[in-house]
Design a protein around this ligand. Structure first.
Ligand SMILES: CC(C)(COP(=O)(O)OP(=O)(O)OC[C@H]1O[C@@H](n2cnc3c(N)ncnc32)[C@H](O)[C@@H]1OP(=O)(O)O)[C@@H](O)C(=O)NCCC(=O)NCCS
Length: 161
């Protein structure tokens, strides 16, 4: 598997993955270059099988704090449980750590695969809301999580002693 930044030429392949996952297609603007966003794809045997991005929220909105968010993660159903979601998340989290000391993500409260996969990164629940940044819960709530850069976590624990 190769993980690389996405380019504008990848849009059709990324959206084919989204279609296979039953998720909404990305608008081409998602792939416009921006210093504030990372969009990555996973390639297996020359074929895009997954994609993910980050988003920077410059102001708080309806219970969602300002800051970096992980989003748009989708792995083709025929390539699940191969560590691809973890790898795409690791690369985005590391990218955020070079820019900020916290990162957020949210998912539906019944999305067990997403909840379990993100647990490896030390995310802690900070809110349950029916909508977050324009996304609506499948059922009642989306769960909003925040993780803190590991060095900062250690420093904070030391400060408290
Ligand atoms: C959530 C999703 C991205 C996970 O991707 P993936 O590549 O299959 O995940 P990984 O192989 O990296 O899984 C890593 C770990 O997460 C957990 N996990 C992943 N899928 C799981 C599932 N269906 N049920 C329970 N735990 C799961 C496991 O602990 C897994 O480790 P293991 O395979 O050694 O047991 C994928 O299921 C997906 O694309 N779902 C549809 C879109 C979606 O919900 N995106 C997330 C929105 S926030």
């Amino acid at each position: 598997m190769i993980i690389r930044p996405a380019s504008a030429d990848d849009l059709a392949d990324i959206n084919a993955v989204h279609e296979a996952c039953g998720r909404r297609a990305w608008d081409p603007a998602v792939l416009d270059h921006s210093d504030d966003r990372l969009v990555v794809v996973a390639v297996v045997d020359g074929k895009i099988v997954a994609a993910a991005k980050t988003h920077h929220q410059s102001t708080p909105e309806g219970g969602a704090p300002q800051g970096y968010y992980l989003g748009g993660l989708a792995v083709h159903p025929s390539h699940r449980r191969e560590g691809i979601g973890l790898a795409l998340t690791r690369v985005r989290v590391e990218w955020v750590w070079a820019r900020a000391d916290t990162v957020h993500y949210f998912t539906d409260e019944d999305n067990i695969a997403s909840l379990q996969m993100h647990a490896a990164f030390g995310f802690e629940e900070i809110a349950r809301l029916p909508t977050i940044l324009g996304a609506q819960a499948n059922r009642e709530h989306l769960v909003l999580f925040r993780a803190t850069r590991p060095g900062d976590r250690r420093a904070r624990a030391t400060d408290r002693t």
